[in-house]
Design a protein around this ligand. Structure first.
Ligand SMILES: C[S@@+](CC[C@H](N)C(=O)[O-])C[C@H]1O[C@@H](n2cnc3c(N)ncnc32)[C@H](O)[C@@H]1O
Length: 957
C-alpha cells in the first residue's frame, strides 16, 4: 500500500517560485560559486520538491484527518513549513530542518506500518532507516545536496566527470571529514582556534582557505614578475590631468586589454599587423567614461586612452559590420571574414595591447599601453598546454574557424604559465597538507580519497579537490575568450553564455589582483560553501550512464535530465576537464582516465554528433526512455519519482508549436518508460517580469510527478477516459484553487490530474480501436478543464454570469444594446438591473462594462443594495492597483465571507483573457490571486483590531 504524497495533491508554488528567483542573486555560500555548471536548479525548488515527495498528503491519512476541512488545515500547516523551508536564510536553520526531517520520518513510519507484510519488508520498509536518495543526472548537484540536507543518504551520478567531481565536493567529501579540526600550522598554534568547535566541514573549510593563501603566495613568488604593477609618472599625467593625484603611486593591474591582429590585407600595409577591435569603449559608466583612441602615423599606429565622452564611432572599434568584418586601421580597407579565418588558421593571428585597467583608490583607472607591460606578457614561456579539440560546431558559436582548434589555443602564453603553475601547486599543496596532517596527529593509512580513505593522504587530497576546483573556476576568467564589460567595468568570463564564440578584444585578468577572476576568491568561495553544508548524512558521487545505471535500486529519486539540445554539457566542459585532469588524475585515476569528457552516451540531441536532426531526435528519445525506464523499474515503491522538464528557449518564448511538440515528446518518453503521471507543477525560476510582457509566458520548467504504472493496468475506451476526467478534474481544480495557485499556472498544473487519469490505463483506445495519443489526451484534458471552470459559474449571481458571457465576447469594449438585452434573458437578469448594480454603462444604443479604474472610489458595500460578485472583484482590483494590498484588505474586511467568490471569479476571467490574448487584463486577475493570501491576512488583522477596539470601548462604556 502506498499513500498519496503532498506533491501529488498540492504545492505552495508561489513561495517556491519567489524563493527560487531570489536565490539567483545569492553570491556567497551557494553551490554555484564552487564551480560553473550549466542549468543549475535553485536549491529552493529542489528542497521543496523532495520534501513534498516524501510527506503524505493529509487526504491519504483519513485516520488522522477524517474531514476535508481537517485535511485542508493540515495541508496549510505543511505549506507554511515549506514556505519557511525554501527561504535562503533558512538553508542552515537547524531547528526548521529538524522539523522538516521529523515530518519526513512521520510519513516514513506510516509507510513502514502499512507495509509490514510486504514481501521485501525488511529491505524496503525498515522503520529505523530511511531509504537513500539518488539523482542519475546530478550535474551541479542541487538535488542530492538538498536530499542530504533533509536527512537522507545521498547518491549522485552523472556521465560527466566534471559534474561528478562537483558532486563529490558537495556531498561526498564533507561528511567524510566532518567535525575535524584544521591541520594547518597556523590554526593549530592559535589556542583560541583550538578551543573552537569544528562543526560540520568548518575545519576543512579553514584548511582550504589557508592552503589557498599559501598557493597564491607561492605562485606570486614564482610568476609574479609576469604581472607588473603600474607606476603613475608625471609624464603619464601630462596628457591625462585626471591622473595627477595618482602620480607616484603604484597601482595593481586588474586586466590588460588586447586586440587581436592580422596583417593588413591592403598590399601597401601588408607588413603591418592591424587590430581587430570590436569596440574602443573601456567604460561607459555615466560620468566615468573612458575609451581607446588610436593614433595613426604613416604606416604605424599606437593606442592612447582618454577619459570623457567618446567620439562617435568609438563604440565600433575597427568593426564595419556584424560578424568578423573589420577595417584596416591604416588604410580603411575592409578585412573580410574569410581573410581573417585564413590568417588565423595559418597561425598568423597576433594580439596587441590596447589598454591597461588598474585598481585606483577610487575605482578603475584606464591607462594607455606600456611597452614593458607588453614585453612582460611576451616573456612567458609555457611548458605545457592542454590538447584536445574545441568543438567545431556549437549552437551559439565557436572560435575554431579562426584557428583556435585546441583547448590550449584559447589561452595566452602568460595564461598558460599561470594555469600550469597553479595546477602544479595543487599537487604540492596536497603533499604539504599530508605532512601537516600527520604532524597534527592524523594517522596516514595510505588509502586515497578514491578508495574511501579518511586518513592524512585522503584528507590532503580532499583539500586538493577544492584547490583544483578553485583554479579551474579561475580558468573561466583566464582565457583569451574573456571580454571587458564596459558597462559594469569588469571581466566577462569565458562562459558568459553557453558557447565558445570568438572574442576579438579580450581582457587578460591578473589572478593576483583583488578583482573578478582572482585566484584567492575561488578558495574563499569554496570555504564559504563548505560552511553551509550538512555533514550528518553520507553521500556518494560517481560516474555512470543513466541509461544503464543500477544505483537507483530502492532509492528515492528526483532528477533533472538534459533538455533535448539545449546545452552540450560534454562539449562545453572539456574546457574545464583538461585542467582538472592535470591536477587530479593521480587522485581519481579512473574518473580522469579519458583524454576528454565522454560524449557518445550523452543524452543531448546534437545533429552533428548523430548525423542529422532526425537521428539526433531518435537518439534522444530512445535514450531518455531507457534512462527513465531504469527509474520506473528501480525506484523505491513508496515514493513517486519527480522529474524536471525544462522548456527550451524557443518553447518558452511562446512558439506554440515547438512548445507542444517538445513537451509532448517528453511526456511520451515518460509514459513509454512505464510511468503514470500523477502531478505536473509549473516552476518559475525567473522573476515574473516576463509575465508583464506576454500573458502566455509560461513557467520555465515543469516538475512531473510519476509512479510506476502497475503491470496489470487496464485498457480504457476514449469515452471511459473522458467520463473519468469529468468526474475527477473539477475536484482537483478546486484543490488547486484552494492552494491559491496563480491563474497563470492553473492550466499547466491541471494537466497533472488529467494525465493521472490518462496514464493510469495501459492504453486508451478510440472507437476504431486506435490508441488516443498524448496530444489528443492533452487537448481533452484542456477541454474538460475549461468546462469545469465554466461550471464554477454556477456559484455566481445572475448579473455576474451575464457579465462573464458579455466579457468573453466584448471584453471592456462596446457592444449593441440589443445583444446585451437578449443575453440578459438567458442569464435571468435585466439591463436596468445591471445599470443599477453599477457595472455597466449604456448610451446611444450601445453598452459596455466599466473598467476597474472607472469604478467610484467611495463605494461602500453596506450602502449598496445590489452588488454582484463582478462588482466586488473589480472594486478589489481597483483598490489593489491604486492602494496596494492594504487598501484591498480594508474592503475584504468589510465584505467578510462574500469576498472569497471574487477570487474564483478572477480565475475564470484570467482563463478567458489568456485564451483571448488580452495580456493587460489577464495580469490584473493574476495579480489579485497572487496577492490574495496577503490581502486575507491583512483583513484578518484589521478584524482583530476592530474587535479589540470594540472590546476597549465596551470597557470604557
Ligand atoms: C540539467 S543537467 C542537471 C543539472 C542539475 N540538476 C543541477 O542543479 O545542476 C543534466 C545533466 O545530465 C547529464 N547527462 C547527460 N547525459 C547523461 C547520461 N547518459 N547519463 C548520465 N548523465 C547524463 C549532463 O552531464 C548534465 O549534468
Amino acid at each position: 500500500m502506498t499513500r498519496k504524497k503532498l506533491i501529488e495533491v498540492a504545492l505552495p508554488l508561489e513561495a517556491i517560485n519567489t524563493a527560487s528567483a531570489r536565490e539567483k542573486s545569492i553570491r556567497h555560500g551557494h553551490p554555484s560559486t564552487l564551480h560553473l555548471w550549466w542549468a543549475r536548479r535553485p536549491l529552493a525548488s529542489a528542497r521543496a520538491v523532495i520534501f513534498a515527495q516524501m510527506v503524505d498528503d493529509p487526504s491519504a491519512c483519513p485516520e488522522e484527518f477524517p474531514t476535508e476541512a481537517a485535511q485542508a488545515e493540515e495541508r496549510e500547516r505543511l505549506f507554511r513549513l515549506i514556505e519557511k523551508l525554501v527561504q535562503w536564510e533558512n538553508t542552515n536553520n537547524e531547528d526548521l530542518l529538524q522539523e522538516a526531517r521529523q515530518e519526513i520520518w512521520k510519513s516514513w513510519q506510516r509507510a513502514c506500518c502499512d507495509n509490514a507484510h510486504h514481501p521485501r519488508a525488511e529491505e524496503l520498509f525498515n522503520p529505523n532507516r530511511l531509504p537513500a536518495f539518488h539523482d542519475p543526472f546530478a550535474g551541479g548537484g542541487a538535488l542530492p545536496l538538498e536530499a542530504q540536507r533533509l536527512g537522507l543518504e545521498a547518491y549522485a551520478s552523472d556521465l560527466n566527470p566534471v559534474a561528478v567531481l562537483i558532486n563529490k565536493a558537495m556531498i561526498e567529501i564533507p561528511p567524510r571529514f566532518a567535525g575535524r579540526p584544521p591541520v594547518n600550522p597556523e590554526a593549530r598554534t592559535k589556542e583560541a582556534l583550538m578551543e573552537r568547535e569544528w562543526k560540520g566541514a568548518r575545519g576543512l573549510a579553514e584548511d582550504v582557505r589557508y592552503y589557498g593563501k599559501w598557493m597564491r603566495d607561492e605562485a606570486e613568488r614564482r610568476i609574479g614578475h609576469l604581472y607588473p604593477k603600474v607606476k603613475i609618472t608625471p609624464e603619464m599625467a601630462q596628457e591625462r590631468p585626471d591622473l595627477k593625484p595618482l602620480v607616484g603611486q603604484e597601482l595593481t593591474v586588474i586586466a590588460w586589454i588586447w586586440a587581436r591582429t592580422v596583417r593588413s590585407p591592403n598590399p601597401a600595409f601588408g607588413h603591418v599587423e592591424v587590430p581587430l577591435a570590436s569596440t574602443f569603449i573601456l567604460s561607459s559608466k555615466p560620468g566615468k567614461e573612458a575609451y581607446v583612441e588610436p593614433v595613426v602615423e604613416g604606416d604605424r599606429y599606437r593606442f592612447t586612452v582618454k577619459v570623457g565622452k567618446p567620439p562617435e564611432g568609438a563604440k565600433n572599434g575597427t568593426k564595419l559590420a556584424r560578424g568578423a568584418n573589420f577595417r584596416c586601421i591604416l588604410s580603411g580597407t575592409p578585412i573580410e571574414p574569410n581573410y581573417i579565418k585564413a590568417e588565423g588558421q595559418a597561425g598568423r593571428m597576433g594580439a596587441r595591447l590596447m589598454a591597461i585597467v588598474a585598481e585606483g583608490p577610487q575605482g578603475r583607472v584606464y591607462l594607455a599601453p606600456i611597452r614593458e607591460h607588453e614585453a612582460s606578457a611576451r616573456e612567458a614561456l609555457p611548458q605545457w598546454k592542454p590538447s584536445g579539440d574545441v568543438p567545431a560546431r556549437l549552437t551559439g558559436g565557436t572560435c575554431v574557424p579562426y584557428g583556435m582548434r585546441q583547448w590550449g589555443d584559447l589561452f595566452t602564453p602568460r595564461q598558460l604559465v599561470a594555469l600550469t603553475t597553479f595546477s602544479d601547486l595543487v599537487d604540492e599543496a596536497i603533499a604539504k597538507v599530508r605532512e601537516d596532517a600527520i604532524q597534527a596527529g592524523l594517522p596516514d593509512d595510505g588509502i586515497g580519497l578514491d578508495e574511501g580513505g579518511t586518513g592524512a593522504t585522503s584528507y590532503a587530497q580532499a583539500v586538493g579537490v577544492y584547490s583544483a576546483l578553485a583554479v579551474d573556476k579561475g580558468a573561466n576568467y583566464w582565457s583569451s575568450l574573456c571580454s571587458w564589460n564596459s558597462g559594469f567595468e569588469k571581466i566577462t568570463s569565458t562562459y558568459g553564455r553557453q558557447a565558445i564564440p570568438m572574442v576579438w578584444d579580450f581582457a587578460e585578468a591578473n589572478p593576483f589582483s583583488e578583482s573578478s577572476g582572482n585566484l584567492l576568491s575561488g578558495f574563499e568561495q569554496a570555504a564559504k560553501l563548505l560552511g553551509n553544508i550538512t555533514t550528518d548524512w553520507i553521500g556518494r558521487a560517481g560516474q555512470s550512464d543513466a541509461q544503464t545505471q543500477n544505483i537507483s535500486k530502492d532509492k528515492i529519486v528526483s532528477t533533472d535530465p538534459p533538455y533535448y539540445d539545449n546545452i552540450g554539457y560534454a562539449d562545453l566542459s572539456d574546457f574545464f576537464y583538461v585542467w582538472l585532469r592535470r591536477s587530479l588524475r593521480p587522485v581519481f585515476p579512473e574518473l580522469f582516465a579519458t583524454m576528454a569528457v565522454p560524449k557518445a552516451e550523452e543524452l543531448v540531441a546534437t545533429p552533428y554528433r548523430h548525423g542529422g536532426k532526425e537521428e539526433a531526435e531518435k537518439f534522444f528519445l530512445e535514450g531518455m526512455t531507457k534512462a527513465l525506464a531504469r527509474l520506473a523499474e528501480q525506484a523505491h515503491p513508496a515514493f513517486p519519482v519527480t522529474i524536471y522538464y525544462a522548456f527550451k528557449q524557443s518553447e518558452s518564448e511562446g512558439n506554440g508549436e515547438a512548445r507542444r511538440t517538445g513537451w509532448e515528446t517528453f511526456l511520451e518518453a515518460v509514459i513509454r518508460a512505464g510511468f503514470s503521471i500523477t502531478g505536473t507543477w509549473p516552476m518559475r525560476t525567473e522573476y515574473t517580469g516576463n509575465l508583464k510582457k506576454n500573458v502566455a509566458a509560461l513557467a520555465s520548467s515543469i516538475v512531473l510527478v510519476c509512479r510506476k504504472r502497475p503491470e496489470n493496468a487496464p485498457t480504457a475506451t476514449r469515452r471511459e477516459f473522458l467520463s473519468a476526467l469529468k468526474e475527477e478534474l473539477p475536484k482537483a481544480l478546486r484543490l488547486l484553487q484552494a492552494g491559491n495557485i496563480a491563474p497563470v499556472d492553473l492550466a499547466q498544473a491541471a494537466i497533472g490530474p488529467g494525465m493521472a487519469v490518462y496514464t493510469r490505463y495501459a492504453k486508451v483506445l478510440d472507437a476504431e480501436g486506435r490508441p488516443v495519443a498524448v496530444r489528443e489526451a492533452l487537448s481533452l484534458i484542456n477541454q474538460v478543464l475549461d468546462e469545469a471552470l465554466a461550471e464554477q459559474e454556477g456559484n455566481f449571481d445572475p448579473d455576474t454570469r451575464w457579465a462573464l458571457a458579455w466579457f468573453e465576447q466584448f471584453g471592456f469594449g462596446e457592444g449593441e444594446f440589443g445583444v446585451a438585452e437578449t443575453l440578459t434573458k438567458a442569464k435571468n437578469t435585466s439591463v436596468a438591473g445591471l445599470l443599477e448594480a453599477g457595472i455597466l454603462e449604456s448610451a446611444r444604443g450601445r453598452v459596455r462594462l466599466l473598467e476597474p479604474k472607472e469604478l467610484p472610489e467611495d463605494w461602500d458595500p453596506a450602502l449598496d443594495e445590489r452588488f454582484p460578485h463582478w462588482e466586488v472583484l473589480h472594486h478589489l482590483i481597483r483598490r489593489l492597483e491604486q492602494g496596494g494590498e492594504e487598501a484591498a484588505a480594508e474592503l475584504v474586511a468589510r465584505l467578510g465571507s462574500q469576498a472569497e467568490t471574487a477570487r474564483e471569479l478572477a480565475y475564470r476571467l484570467y482563463t478567458i483573457c489568456e485564451r483571448k490574448n488580452w495580456a493587460s487584463e489577464a495580469l490584473l486577475y493574476n495579480a489579485l490571486v497572487q496577492s490574495w493570501p496577503e490581502i486575507v491576512r491583512l483583513a484578518g488583522e484589521r478584524d482583530k483590531e476592530t474587535q479589540a477596539q470594540a472590546g476597549l470601548f465596551a470597557v470604557q462604556e
